[in-house]
Design a protein around this ligand. Structure first.
Ligand SMILES: [Fe+2]
Length: 260
């Protein structure tokens, strides 16, 4: 059995990981693995460094085959498979870009390519992360939010219908993404719109609900009818997954101090 002190250290490590790794949209990809690795490894008192577990050397695409074969209402296998392929392309590209950046000679005064790689780095990383969060919150059969998620939505938006209204409206006016996230400055849930993977990305937030509104997400099934797609998304939204993300996010202290 763990001692009280060990439990405390474990908690601090877990919290520090979350602080270090999850406070921007683009860094949620590996946090869970990092936490697991850290908890398996324990504390490293010899190096004086925070325990970071075994770093992930390369991104590996996740598989979402469980969403096929009618698992979702209104999204065909053709649509989903094309979307999976796009996501895997982001994974391949971020691996390539990080390799190029890492081996670049910083004494080289020709930085044209280096600049381009860095601009693409956040686009490809966020593209991968956001798609994982999007596919991860799809599962039909859960009609409404419950627990702390419902309470916070009621507090911050009045009711679930108003919350969904904002989510859909942002999904209608934004070119890339509509997402709901816990804001660590305020402790409230906000809806944000991203024009692109790496444009209008809020800082110090934890995304709990992610909606892809790029045309590629629905064009095969619905042509240009984004309104229909937005209804389909809500019908297939896993509120349980959103609630689990929110509970994870709430384990991190929030308030004015987060930006000191
Ligand atoms: Fe997408």
């Amino acid at each position: 059995m763990q001692t009280k002190e060990k439990k405390g250290n474990k908690f601090l490590n877990r919290r520090n990981f979350l602080k270090l790794g999850l406070l921007t949209t683009g860094s949620a990809l590996t946090a869970s693995n990092l936490i697991n690795a850290a908890e398996k490894q324990g504390n490293d008192s010899s190096s004086g460094l925070p325990v970071v577990g075994a770093p992930i050397q390369r991104y590996v695409p996740k598989k979402y085959d469980h969403l096929l074969s009618g698992a979702l209402d209104g999204l065909s296998d053709n649509q989903l498979k094309a979307h999976f392929a796009l996501y895997e392309g982001y994974i391949n590209k971020i691996n390539e870009l990080e390799g190029r950046i890492k081996t670049f000679n910083t004494n080289n005064t020709d930085t044209i390519n280096y600049r381009g790689w860095h601009m693409e780095q956040t686009s490809m990383l966020n593209g991968a992360v956001l798609h994982e969060l999007y596919f991860g919150n799809l599962r039909k059969g859960e009609k409404e939010p419950k627990g702390v998620l419902k309470k916070m939505i009621d507090r911050d938006f009045g009711n679930i219908q108003n919350f969904i209204g904002h989510l859909k409206l942002v999904g209608k006016i934004a070119h890339g993404w509509s997402l709901a996230a816990l804001n660590y400055r305020t402790g409230k849930i906000n809806v944000y719109g991203l024009e692109r993977h790496n444009l209008n990305v809020p800082m110090m937030v934890y995304p709990v609900l992610v909606l892809d509104v790029y045309e590629h997400a629905y064009m095969i099934d619905y042509g240009t009818d984004r309104k229909k797609y937005l209804d389909v998304f809500i019908a297939n939204l896993s509120w349980k997954q959103v609630e689990e993300r929110l509970e994870k996010a709430l384990s991190i202290p929030f308030g004015n101090a987060v930006t000191t």
